[in-house]
Ligand binder design. Structure first.
Ligand SMILES: Cc1ncc(COP(=O)(O)O)c(C=O)c1O
Length: 494
């Protein structure tokens, strides 16, 4: 057996230059000592083993996904799921007519999710309304569009203006909500959070709702600190306001992370279709749905919540087919993998995994609290994550800690909290399936070493290290330099 990957190609097809490696090792081939084609497609082909090895080596410089505690996304699945995904890698999900079994798996997943979210029983066993998407962002675009259409229809019927739709949400929303508003011309009305309450206050939100409000977004698992917004209270406040004003403003729950947590860890929490005003919900399959990146879900409470106008019918794939996603083509693998997880894990399996994550989360919270060095910014009943910041001001800050932790391989983001609380900086550790208690202990050890090191540094050396880092980042992100210039130009304008 060769020790190194071997280049397989016929000796007769080789140019003299290619014959430089008679031993057949990729690493003895001329490609290894030449610059890699970067910004122009090369004229000549190269052997597949060489192309593989070059890319493989280059990607080794990426962070390790398992140590990426910034991300909510699943980084590991069982080999059987990997196998199913690989077997189906060439299937385009949109070809429903050609791949009816795959389409059936999507339908089953939509129904299972809708059932978890307590869709009314009259929807039957298999009639839930929803679709797979690339992630929660696409799901949110679709849900937002459904709100906009329904609002427009009602306004038109009443002979009222459809000029100025707005959407009410906390200023702690994930960026995809702002994208929705900008891309689809809806005014984003952000309810500021406060230092005391880092998520939207439902009562305060009522002041932002008017006759042009297409809906209110409520987050089950804020991206900033994992906190669940109070959907039940929002439902009560909005029901009262709707009644007083004669409006019909609905609620969408952004359950990107919380949608696969609350049903298993907090089944008594009422946040979903049990509440009359909740008309649609999104959830990321690739977060706590335990599937690799590339799958999200949106479900509506009933058919009438998804306006017919948003459903397109095409027949160029051989039969009439309804589509209501933003993209046409997409791989089928993630949907198949989601179905695998649902039937493989069952509700008890999800509950067991999440219970472990919660235990590790509580373990880390305790360490953070007991260290006396940090203040917690996450709740104990939330998405399993720990958000914390320095208790006392130091010469260094959370960004310096985050940067130093990278030297150990850990990716622990530092960021500012949303407007009104933006002076607070936090570090956030997302607890995912592969983050064992053992890894948690190692992270803690490295964090303590980092503090020890930073405590000994002078303010000047900390400042100098920051300058160096900024310069390095500037060089790394040269490609985005034009954006930076644009930002400078608009400073002071907005
Ligand atoms: C609350 C919330 N909504 C939406 C999103 C976007 O999700 P996705 O990455 O699945 O598009 C995220 C991502 O972290 C999130 O935390």
């Amino acid at each position: 057996m060769p020790l190194h990957p071997v280049v397989h190609h016929k000796a007769s097809a080789q140019t003299p230059a290619e014959q430089d490696s008679l031993c057949g090792s990729v690493f003895a081939s001329r490609y290894m000592s030449k610059p890699i084609p970067a910004y122009r497609m090369p004229e000549e082909s190269m052997p597949p083993d060489v192309a593989y090895q070059l890319i493989h080596e280059e990607l080794a410089l990426d962070g390790n996904p398992q140590l990426n505690l910034a991300s909510f996304v699943t980084v590991w699945m069982e080999p059987q799921a990997d196998r199913l995904m690989t077997e189906n890698i060439g299937k385009n999900f949109i070809d429903l007519e050609e791949y009816p079994c795959t389409a059936e798996l999507q339908k089953r997943c939509v129904n299972m999710i809708a059932h978890l979210f307590h869709v009314p029983a009259e929807q039957g066993q298999s009639d839930a309304v929803g679709t797979a998407t690339v992630g929660s962002s696409e799901a949110i675009m679709l849900a937002g569009l459904a709100f906009k259409w329904r609002w427009k229809q009602a306004r038109k019927q009443a002979g009222l203006s459809t000029e100025n739709p707005n959407l009410v949400m906390g200023s702690n929303v994930q960026v995809c909500w702002e994208k929705f508003c900008r891309y689809f011309e809806v005014e984003a009305r952000c309810v500021p959070v406060s230092e005391k309450l880092l998520v939207m206050d439902p009562q305060e939100a009522m002041a932002y709702v008017d006759e042009n409000t297409i809906g209110v977004c409520c987050i089950l698992g804020s991206t900033y600190n994992g906190a669940f917004e109070d959907v039940q209270k929002l439902n009560d406040c909005l029901t009262k306001l709707n009644k007083e004003k004669g409006w019909n403003v609905p609620i969408h729950v952004d359950a990107a992370s919380g949608g696969f947590i609350a049903p298993f860890l907090y089944p008594e929490l009422v946040w979903d279709f049990r509440l009359p005003l909740v008309r649609s919900i999104n959830v990321s399959g690739h977060k706590y749905g335990l599937v690799y990146p590339g799958v999200g879900w949106v479900v509506w409470k009933s058919q009438e919540d998804l306006p017919e106008d948003l459903i397109f019918h095409v027949n160029y794939l051989g039969a009439d087919q309804a589509t209501f996603t933003l993209n046409f083509s997409k791989g089928a693998g993630q949907i198949i993998a989601q179905y695998y997880q649902f039937i493989r894990m069952g509700q008890n399996g999800y509950k067991a995994v999440l219970t472990n994550l919660d235990k590790i989360c509580q373990y880390l919270r305790k360490k953070v609290e007991e260290s006396g060095r940090f203040k917690l910014f996450s709740d104990d009943r939330s998405v399993p994550l720990v958000a914390f910041g320095l208790k006392e001001p130091q010469a260094y800050d959370e960004f310096d800690i985050s940067h130093r932790l990278k030297e150990f391989g850990w990716i622990v983001p530092a960021y500012n909290l949303p407007p009104n609380a933006e002076h607070i900086k936090v570090l956030r550790v997302v607890i995912r399936e592969t983050f064992s208690r053992d890894l948690c202990d190692m992270l803690w050890r490295d964090l303590m070493w980092t503090l020890e090191e930073l405590d000994r540094k002078t303010p000047d050396s900390i400042h100098h290290a920051r300058e160096l880092l900024l310069e390095r980042n500037r060089q790394k992100h040269k490609a985005f330099a034009h954006m930076e210039r644009q930002k400078q130009k608009t400073k002071g304008v907005c």
